[in-house]
Design a protein around this ligand. Structure first.
Ligand code: BYC
Length: 310
């Protein structure tokens, strides 16, 4: 069959809401776009363990420590599901990891900011996982089966992450004046980077056209960012916290919260590797990879032993 016909059939399947599976025919560009986006997503989950992992030894009590340990482990699991889903597109996980370790691959800008206080752990759960849920609930309805199915399970776990974060935030917000000040400071530092997670404005988003045509993304970056702001501002008000945006105002006619302009220079700077923590994150991942070499070698030796035994 000619390529034009194959593309037509493929797009019809997508428009009928069918899910595309790894062995189905797909345009090379669809495959490439998915590998790009899914591998960046998997890297984000893995690098995303570092800012919170930093606080496991300093959690204020056993209950908080257990929840944080479980959350960070969940993020590792998310990375592994998404690497597996990406491998169904014909790439090798070790090549993807190599790209991360050498700094060639992108991962979410949000993880290049430091976690300075315990309140940051609450605010990450609330805002960062909250933003991820808005984004991933949409991706769970996307056209590529292995990715959308991974998102369903991930979103269930992210909901717990968000709840544990919001509980920390609510507790600190009604605590001592020092605790309230600490959590407000954390919101002030994480608010704008959380909005940046949704990516550049639609007009500056080169990948959106393909991804939306092929229903990998069902909403644009700006639409999801607006949804997140609309959901989050009432939550901030409920616990008596504010967001650092003098232009924030509610528009009665549209029913949306209007917000100020994001600092795009900061965003691109972080994406290009010059954020506060980019170098530190890559150093930590490389160290973990080197320290884990014996596990990979042992697994390989065991697999070989089993094969010769058969
Ligand atoms: N950071 O054309 P655009 C988590 C890049 S982890 C860095 O709009 P697209 C968690 C973009 O890659 C969940 N780079 O791209 C874990 C592109 O570059 P290339 C993380 C960004 O794909 C632990 C260029 O800018 N979530 O929840 O249409 C603890 C132009 O952008 C960013 C995901 O990974 C950014 N923020 O849309 C706690 C979601 N934004 O590749 C929590 C999956 C853009 O052309 N990904 N860039 O060189 C997506 O939904 C989409 O890829 C994006 C960007 C919305 C991020």
């Amino acid at each position: 069959m000619r390529e034009v016909q194959l593309i037509k059939q493929f797009e019809e399947r997508i428009n009928n809401g069918e899910s595309i599976e790894p062995k189905d025919w797909m345009p090379e560009k669809y495959r490439k776009q998915l590998i790009r986006m899914m591998s960046q997503h998997a890297h984000s989950e893995i690098v995303g363990m570092l800012p919170e992992g930093n606080w496991i030894t300093r959690a204020p009590n056993l209950r908080r420590k257990l929840a944080l340990l479980a959350k960070v482990q969940d993020e590792a699991g998310h990375g592994l599901y998404i690497y597996s889903a990406t491998e169904t597109l014909g790439v090798d996980r070790s090549d993807l990891i190599e790209q991360l370790l050498t700094g060639k691959a992108k991962y979410s800008s949000i993880f290049n900011y430091p976690t300075l206080s315990w309140a940051d752990i609450g605010v990450i759960g609330w805002l960062v996982d909250g933003a991820a849920i808005v984004n991933q609930t949409m991706l769970a309805k996307g056209s590529f089966g292995p990715y959308s199915r991974a998102m369903i399970r991930i979103c269930k776990e992210e909901n717990f992450h968000k709840k544990q974060g919001f509980e920390i935030v609510a507790t600190l917000a009604k605590g001592t004046p020092e605790q309230k000040e600490m959590v407000q400071d954390a919101v002030n530092r994480w608010w704008w980077p959380s909005l940046m997670m949704f990516g550049p404005h639609d007009s500056d988003s080169p990948n959106s056209e393909d991804l939306m045509k092929w229903k990998v993304k069902l909403n644009s970056n700006d639409e999801l960012r607006q949804r997140f702001v609309d959901l989050t501002i009432p939550q901030a008000k409920a616990v008596g916290l504010t967001v650092p945006d003098p232009d924030l105002k509610y528009n009665e006619e549209t029913g949306h919260w209007e917000f100020g302009e994001i600092n795009w220079e900061e965003f691109w700077n972080v994406v290009k590797g010059n954020g506060l923590m980019n170098k530190d994150r890559l150093r930590a991942r490389n160290k973990a990879h080197e320290e884990g070499a014996w596990v990979r070698e042992a697994a390989r030796a065991y697999a070989e032993k089993r094969e010769t035994a058969n």
